[in-house]
Design a protein around this ligand. Structure first.
Ligand code: HEC
Length: 144
């Protein structure tokens, strides 16, 4: 899938301070925004929709988990921000890609989007995931 292909290409760092998972106030705001705007599709516990890898009858993909079982954590902060703000449009999805993921630019302030990301990141705690994200950030900085 295109989003996965985009994984290794992004030169963006994975640790934007606006999505700092150690900032309790931002995480709390993000949890509220998530419950209101994301949980219906991505799951109250970030578990995603059932059989999320299997296309629906209409050819679209279900909502993936945002917990460590998904691939959200493979992506740098800036890319997650852009995906949430603009939806699945170029450069991270093909032209005219059909998806149920809404664009949140008209519904959420940029700061609320960053807060949601802080919340998602606060749920990524396993050593493997944290090490992979730290490496992503290091590589991004070297390639800048
Ligand atoms: C109406 C259902 C729906 C809502 C509400 C929704 N999403 Fe999604 N989201 C999806 C679907 C479906 C996909 C996968 C689309 C695809 O791959 O074609 C997706 C994909 C994503 C991705 C890409 C994940 C990846 O690993 O590539 C991100 C990031 C994301 N959503 C964040 C959010 C956030 C943050 C919110 C709340 C502010 C939200 N979504 C609300 C349905 C939804």
């Amino acid at each position: 899938m295109s989003l996965v292909a985009a994984c290794g290409e992004s030169p963006d760092p994975g640790d934007d301070p606006r999505a700092d998972p150690r900032d309790g106030a931002r995480v709390a705001l993000g949890a509220r925004v998530y419950a209101q705007h994301c949980a219906a599709c991505h799951g109250a516990k970030l578990e995603g929709q059932r059989d999320w890898r299997k296309r629906l009858a209409n050819g679209r993909l279900p909502a993936p988990p945002h917990d460590e079982s998904g691939h959200t954590w493979h992506h740098p902060d800036r890319m997650l921000f852009t995906l949430t703000r603009n939806g699945l449009v170029p450069p991270y999805a093909p032209e005219k890609y059909a998806s149920d993921m809404p664009a949140f630019a008209s519904k959420l302030a940029d700061d609320e989007i960053w807060a949601v990301l802080a919340y998602l990141k606060s749920q990524w705690t396993s050593a493997d995931v944290l090490a992979a994200r730290a490496e992503m950030t290091r590589n991004a900085k070297e390639n800048r």
